[in-house]
Design a protein around this ligand. Structure first.
Ligand code: ARG
Length: 266
């Protein structure tokens, strides 16, 4: 009996040694750190708070990517504008927040390769006279401040359009529509459609307009020149290639993703 115990102890120790050897060899001998990820958790189903927890497709995705890259991960809700301050000031390593890759943002930040195809869409009360983007002209519109929705509406109807109301987060923009303060909200299609589906009592509908709203791709936002970019790009591609991405996509959106369109962008 004693012998058996000794053998199992030896085996146990050998196993633990093996485990730790694996751990270090993977990171080339040095400890890989825990990355600080910031988000604006007010954009369901991508990032939102549920019983005090930050959840959503983006959150599952960024965790899978960072794990794949061999780092630890800690996600924190800081809000939309602070994301850009933190990434620029390098107080955070990564931001995930349905952030569209745009040439303007690329001047000040780096992005990983794209991981999601999106476009803007209009949210209106059912039966609204707004049937396309051109019907937004002269109407009161709510957007989240500093998003692509704001840029698009400003490009269409002027930068000093006093009918455009800008909110700190998208939930406040939708609340304004609910309260009758505006005629429409412009935001990312998945967010708009999820809201319509989950809030039937609000009696909202969504309006697509492929001529006014172009394809957009989300990327993970990184400080300019971030040394993590190579590792994270590789990990994003891996997570897309190994089926993890499709699994998460189905979990959150109930449909298969078109991964080819992402690969064509890589
Ligand atoms: N995709 C849009 C943009 O990059 C909106 C993103 C808003 N995300 C959020 N978590 N509030 O401008």
């Amino acid at each position: 009996m004693k012998k058996l115990k000794l053998v199992s102890t030896v085996l146990m120790v050998a196993f633990l040694l093996l485990l730790s050897a694996c751990g270090t060899s993977k990171s080339g001998g040095e400890e890989k750190k825990t990355l600080r990820v910031v988000t604006d958790a007010a954009y369901a189903p991508f990032e939102y708070q549920d019983k005090g927890e930050i959840v959503g497709f983006d959150i599952d995705f960024v965790k899978a990517v960072i794990k794949e890259a061999g780092y630890g991960v800690k996600v924190e809700h800081v809000g939309w504008d602070p994301i850009f301050v933190e990434i620029e000031g390098k107080t955070a390593d990564v931001a995930v927040s349905s952030i569209t890759i745009t040439p303007e943002r690329q001047e000040s930040y780096d992005f990983t390769v794209p991981y999601f195809l999106s476009k803007n869409e209009i949210l209106v009360p059912k039966g609204s006279t707004i049937k396309s983007a051109k019907d937004l002209d002269g109407k009161k519109i709510a957007v989240q401040n500093g998003t692509t929705a704001q840029t698009i509406v400003e490009n269409l109807y002027g930068k000093n359009n006093d009918k455009l109301k800008k909110f700190e987060n998208n939930n406040l923009a939708i609340l304004e529509l609910k309260n009758g303060g505006v005629d429409a909200v412009v935001a990312d299609n998945t967010v708009v459609e999820t809201y319509v589906k989950n809030n039937p009592k609000d009696n909202f509908e969504f309006i697509e307009d492929d001529t006014a709203f172009e394809k957009e791709f989300y990327g993970l936002l990184l400080p300019k020149g971030s040394k993590l970019k190579a590792d994270l790009d590789k990990a994003v591609k891996k997570v897309i290639d190994n089926g993890t991405y499709a699994k998460l996509y189905k979990k959150w959106f109930d449909v298969e993703p078109d991964v080819q369109i992402l690969k064509d962008q890589q």
